[in-house]
Design a protein around this ligand. Structure first.
Ligand SMILES: N[C@@H](CCC(=O)N[C@@H](CS)C(=O)NCC(=O)O)C(=O)O
Length: 203
């Protein structure tokens, strides 16, 4: 059975979300974020060299990186309905939004979290936190524009929505002002009401 190394309120939700959308059985190995067990030499040697989640194990395959795991599941587990075919006109948009999440949005979410939560108060920088929040807001504007006249980023709901959509959900969670991005607000609501998202987010 597929095994997912997971933590609530982490990027591992993306993988659980797709597993739920695909109706695949999986075993969950769940940690709380910050659990020292994830930093242990054993975890780093056997599961993830940086002590992170998600990691998926599928027989003799072990793979990290949420975006890579989604692509792997779609390719190896009959998930073509969650990715436009390479010949489809939506395919470039699919690739773009699949990668925009970790490439552009999440570094700002990370910076914000580091500067407001993970660092001890005496080392936090309000300037860096403000800058991360401002950049994140700017970087969400193209997502809002891309949603003009459409419900999802690349045709039907796809793994690109799980990636960039979950970053937008995180942005909402940290209080990014989206009042001037009504399509993004509706998109986040649309994604959060999907039964598979609800199940993954409640794990
Ligand atoms: N780019 C990686 C990021 C993985 C990552 O940083 N995961 C975080 C949770 S969102 C983590 O495991 N943090 C544990 C920790 O820092 O203790 C991915 O998309 O999978």
């Amino acid at each position: 059975m597929l095994k997912l190394y997971f933590a609530p309120r982490s990027r591992a939700i993306r993988v659980a979300w797709l597993l739920e959308e695909m109706d695949l059985d999986y075993e969950l190995v769940s940690y709380a974020l910050g659990d020292p067990a994830m930093r242990s030499p054993e975890y780093r040697a056997d599961i993830h060299p940086m002590g992170r989640v998600p990691v998926l194990v599928d027989g003799d395959v072990q793979i990290m990186e949420s975006g890579a795991i989604l692509e792997y599941l779609i390719t190896r587990h009959d998930g073509d309905r969650f990715r436009p075919a390479p010949t489809n006109r939506e395919y470039p948009a699919y690739l773009q939004w699949l990668h925009y999440s970790e490439g552009m949005l999440m570094p700002q979410v990370n910076s914000y979290m580091v500067e407001t939560f993970f660092l001890p108060p005496e080392r936090q920088s309000e300037t860096h936190a403000k800058r991360a929040k401002k950049l994140l807001g700017q970087m969400l504007a193209p997502v809002d524009s891309a949603l003009d006249g459409r419900n999802y980023l690349a045709g039907d709901f796809s793994a690109a929505d799980i990636m960039t959509g979950s970053a937008a959900i995180s942005a909402k969670g940290i209080g990014i002002d989206m009042s001037h991005m009504p399509r993004l607000i509706e998109y986040v609501d649309r994604l959060m009401t999907r039964p598979a998202y609800k199940k993954a987010a409640a794990l």
